[in-house]
Structures are given as structure tokens and as C-alpha cells.
Design a protein around this ligand. Sequence first.
Ligand code: 26Q
Length: 822
Amino acid sequence: QTADQITTPQHSVEGFVQDFLRELQFGQGMSMSRASTNDQYLALARTVRTHLMSRWLRTLDHQRDVQAKSVAYLSAEFLLGRQLGNALLATDLEEIVEEGLASLGIDLQRLRSMEKEPGLGNGGLGRLAACFIDSLATMNIPCIGYGIRYEYGIFRQTFVDGWQVEKPDAWLAQGSPWEFPHPEAAVTIGFGGRTEASTVDGRLVTRWIPDWQVQAVPYNYMVPGYHNGRVNTLRLWSAAATESFDLSIFNAGDYSAAVRAQTAAENISKVLYPEDSTPQGKELRLQQQYFFAAASLKDFLDNVLPEGFDLHRLDERIVFQLNDTHPVIAIPELMRILLDEKGWDWDEAWALTQRCFAYTCHTLLPEALEVWSVELLGRLLPRHLEIIYRINEDFLAEVHTAYPDDELRVRRMSIIAEHPERAVRMAYLATVAGTKVNGVAELHSQLLRDKVLQDFSEYMPEKFTNVTNGVTPRRFVRLANPRLSSLITEAIGDGWVTDLDRLRELEPLAEDAEFRRRFREVKAANKTRLVDLLKVRDGIEVSPDSMLDVMVKRLHEYKRQTLKLLHVVSLYDQVRRGDLAASDITPRTVTFGAKAAPGYKMAKQTIGLINAVGRTINADPVLEGRLRIAFPANYNVTLAERLIPAADLSEQISLAGKEASGTGNMKFALNGALTIGTDDGANVELRQLVGDENFFLFGLTEPEVAEIVEKGYRPTSFYESNATLRHALDLIASGAFSDGDRRTFEPIVSNLLYEDRFLVLADFQAYLDAQLVVERAYADPDAWARSAVLNVARSGFFSSDRSMRDYLDRIWHAEAAPVPTA
Ligand code: 26Q
């Protein structure tokens, strides 16, 4: 028997049933008659994963043999979503499993619904990492994802009286069948302590003597390519106390101190920070970052590289892609290893380091740029701080030579900020140290060059590039929207799943009345599926005949959920005043999904207000049920997969120049929703692709915003001159949605009137006008369907496969390494 014969499970209905029953009895220890639904789910997951494991082993063997250049994607977040459906899709087992389970009287969908999704990310950035590793596996590119195995992912959101209350996300409570722990491969990570300089053979050498250590235990996850026999690895690190650390304290006789130390170590990977902007500078967060960055580097150098590998050629074998600044501490860590452990001199260590890293920026908001105080960094990572200072010194000397008469510029470009406290600017460090810096959409990359990193792009223009984000069509079309997928495949074959540009072949079908009819049928069926889900999941009643108007994304002032809400309030107010007949309202369900960072007061207030307005208008007969708000709690990847395919209208209404890219915009367009949106992020490219006539554009442009802000923006002038706006704001201020209490939402109203950082009031009228255009378009369902089909046909560009192609060509320079099939 060859290894493959041992490891290859059976690809047939009968074979599957045998394998499944064996897993249930001998894996799960349950007979069919006693097994709970969860037992059945776990047995199924274990059966399916055996199909991936043979591919996984072959991928590892192949890579050991060919040593192809790989991508190490370093990310503090991987927002994976459920694994079972994706594993079934990758292995082409969907039909076999469905049929096999049915023969046992088991419903596959029911088992799928048992899985708790790993919510190891906040939103866009974490989900992007998950899409990217899916695409790399599908494109046969060797990749390791490195991140953190948080014991608690993004909090579970509940509403109490309409206010957000966070509950812990105990996603591991029932155990996960998708992870493979490797305690034997744990690496030790040091923190704190001091550095010691000495002279050895006339050379200055420095040593870091940490004063505490933790173990980083790898947990491997399979990242299957679509139908191609490749399974890449995602390696997430979990923190544990080191044995020696424990023992020394135990031996000192202090049992409770030893147990406390263990807790401190385990805290590092305990919980995902739920903030996705305005980082708080918390020590534990910096510990998390160094913990996973250092463990990943050590793992790659010591365990992944073959023995005896010449580190001078490291850049031929790997590129470390930094997903935002969260893993940037890996840069001084590599320097430390080369200098202090390998004994390299500074210049050769720096030259190599500069070839091994590249940095992706995901923001434009100044308050979201990460900085770490020198005090904290020096206390936790003293050697790294020394190295950062030296990098900065050399860099500023270089800049000074280039601009000898521009001392101001030199100071602006310092990696070390002086105010309000001395701190390390992580984005600057990444820019100086990496081969490339990229933004995530054309507009974003341009603004990075022209504003956020202007001095750097002038000094080293060749470093700056763009890679527009993308999303994986496997999860967000093929899995999430089986009906649309079948319709597309029937029309153009199934090649689109791995070559999304082929959706272009649907363009002529936009003119085919029969195709449009079937397209509308698909949308209607997806709506029914969503309506059923919302009823059982949230007890929310939604009419399948209304326009489904959807705004799902993190709650942020710059994303402007308040603008959407003002539209709703204004319609309600106009009907109450008799300025608008309820019968003239297009029946709509305005659907929100949004988590607020627990410490973000204004965002939490806004959630309260959305629910309060919903409670009032949903119950008020004056609207004749034609305008309703649905706000299911705990928006996550699983809910997105149901919501997006059902949507008619996609809301992408951030203030121009603030949303780096957005990726929800892409998912909606690919699922045949039309977009109402500003000229921001990837909306710009989306509109160019689908055509102005198939996109509802409104609002100020980025240069207009800059000019208004420059001249001094006065929100009250809009309040004073626009009666519709005034009435809507007054209605909220009057307590109409808070039992007459005028204080409840006063902070929101005042903020809009006297601050309005994101120009909600300035864009209000344009938004209402655009919504009227939407209503007119929606009144012609067939024309709407034509536009929707064209949105699908022209959005193939937004496949994350294309993003990966761009990273490969512009930054990584790695090539496909097909895994030979057995
Ligand atoms: C940093 C330090 C301390 C604590 C938390 C953080 C932190 C965590 C998450 C900072 C930022 C994030 C996430 C940012 C994010 O999701 N950005 C989004 O990235 C998407 C993918 O590129 C873009 O499409 C969105 O426009 C961007 O907002």
C-alpha cells in the first residue's frame, strides 16, 4: 500500500456513508441512534477533513521538494467564516455528502448550521486576509498565513432595549474539528528585560536578556484550493506558560503566583481587540503583536526553511506581507535575529530585511495610524527599540543628504514622533523598511502618495503602488448564492469560479428577457431564504415583496450610518406631516448590520438610535407597512452569506476620501445588487466598470471635501437652509424615538449640528435626491434586472484572484507551483 492509498478516502456516496459512520462511532464515540446533531456535525467535519488531509500532505511534500518562493501573509486577523461548506466545495463533495446524509435521514443544511464561525477578525481587514489565502491556494501559490488563535473572537452582539450589549464569543467551547494543534512545535518568545553590549574579537555585540517568556503553540488550519489538489497552511499561535517559568516559581513554593503567571501568559491570545480604528496603545495589544510576529519569523526560519539554508538568499524563498502595521514589529525582530543571533553586520542585515517585507496600508484616518510610546516599547522590547532608533538615525541621515536645506522635512519623516509623547510611528517604519507600500484601491493609493505618506512618496516614489482589494468568488458567490451560481453556470459554463473575468460573457444576456426573468426569480428566492432566516434567527418579520436596502459594515462615523438613518427619518417625517402620501413610498426594508467598538460612545448611540427609529416606524400605521427597519444583531460572515445574495440596493455612502476601499461593495455587485454610493474607495472603480447608468452616484468628491474643510465647514448652515433636514433632525431631538426624552439622542444631534466631522449634513440633500432616482429605477423591475445583470457581468475584476495576480506581479514575484495529483 502506498501512503496515498492509506490516506485517500472514498469519493462516492456509499464510501462516504461508510466513512461518516466510522467517524461517528469511532471518532465521536456515538451510535447513530444516540448521536446529537452536534455529534453528527463533528463526525461529518472529520470525514470531510480527511479528504483535505491527503492533499495537505502532498502539498507539504511537494513544497519540501521544489522549495518554491512562498508568501507569508502576516495578519493579526483572519475572519474565516464557516469551514464546512468551503471544504465540501473545494473537494467537490457537496452532492455526494448531501445524498449520503439524506440516505441516513440527515439534512446537510442542518448540520452546517451547527458550526460556529471562527470570528478572528473585526471586519474588512480580517476578511480580506481570509479571501487572499483562499485565492492563493486556488492559484497554486505556496503561502503560509500567520496569525493569532484568539480564544475569543469578535464579541457576539446582543441588543437590550435596542442598546448593544457584548457577549463573549466562545467559539471553541465545543472544540473545533478544523484545527490541528502542535504543542511539540511550540516556540519560546521573550519579553521585557534588558540589553547587554560587549566586545567579542573587537566587534561590538549586543544581547537581549528578556525577563519573562511565553510559549507560542501553533495550531494549523487547512486552506484548500478550489478543485486543484493544493491545501496551504494557516498557522495561528496560541499562548501558553513556559515550563521553566512555572517551575522556578513552583520551586520557590509560591503556588498561586505560579498559577497567576500561567494566566498572564495565556492572556496574550485570549481575546481579539474589538477596536478597528483609534488604537488605544494597550500593552497587551503590543504583546499580541510581538508574540505572533516573532513566533512566525522563528517558525519560518527554523522549521519551514530546509536545514542549512543560506539566509543571504532568504528573499528568494519568502516575502513577508504585513497586513497593516499590526505585524510591523517583525521588522526589528528579523534585524535582531540577524545581528544578535547570526552575528551579521548592520548593513548586510538591513539590506536583506529591506528585501523581505512589504506593507499594505488600510486606512486614511490619521487617528487610526498606529503609534507605540517609546516608554512602553522600550519596557517590553528594549532591543527592538534600540534597533528602531538606529534604523531611524541612518534613514534621517540619508534624507538629510537628499534635502540638506530642509530640516523641517527631515523632522516630519522621523520614525519617532515627539508629540504628544515620544512614540514609534509604525507606518513610517514599515514604509522605510519594506520593498513596497500599497494602498487597497486606486483612490486610496493616490491619497497615500499625495497626503498621508507624501514626504515618503516624494523621496522613494518607486516603493509606492496600488493593489485594489478583491473578494473570493468561491465563498461570496458560489457558496453564498447557489441559485445565481447555477444560473450563471448554465449560461456560460463553470469556468467563472476561478476566472471571474468570464462573467463578461453574461453581458449579452442582460438583453435577454428570459434570462432577466430567471435572474429575478433567483433574487426573489434568495429574499425568501433570508426572510425565513430572519424570522427564526431574530424574530424579525420582513416582507419579501419590499426593496431590500442593505447597509452592513462596522459602525463608524465616517461610514455614515446616520446619513442612511436620516433618510428613513425624513421619509417618516414627510408622511407624518402630510407632505408625502404613504402610498407614494416605494416599499422598502432598510436593513442594517453593524457592530460598534465597545468603547466608541457615538457608535453605540447610533446603534441605539437605529433600533429606536425602527421600533417606532415599524409599529406606526401611518407608513402602511411600506417603510421598515430590520437590524438583526451580530452581523458576521455567516449572516453576510445570506444577506448579500438577497439585497436589491447596496449602501456604500462613506464620506469621499475616508473609506480606503470597502469590500462589501464588491460582494453586493457580484450578487446583483445595485449600489448607491459616494466617489470613495473602490466605489470609484466599481462605477467605472459597471457604468454610470448602472450606479447611483451622489455626494461631494474628495477634493470638494478637502476644500470645504479647508474653508471651515458649518453644518448649521445646512440645517438652517434645508427644511427637510431640519425637520428630520428636530424629530430626533424632540424625543419622538425616545419616549419624549430629549436627552437620549442629544449627543448625536449636537454632534451633527456643531461638529459633523464627516459632512453628513452637507451630503444629505444629494443623498435624498439620489434615493429618488433609485425609486424611479426600481419602479421598472425589468430595467432594474438589466442593470443588476450588468453589475454581475462587469464586476469580475473584484475577484481576489485578480488582487493576488497584482500582488504577485507588482510585489511578491512568486510563481504557481501546481501540486501533482496522485
Ligand atoms: C490596531 C491597533 C490596536 C487595536 C486595533 C487595531 C486595529 C484593528 C483592526 C486597527 C484596524 C483594524 C481594521 C481595519 C480595517 O478593517 N480596515 C478596512 O480594511 C479593508 C480591507 O482593506 C478596507 O476595505 C476598508 O476600507 C478598511 O476600512
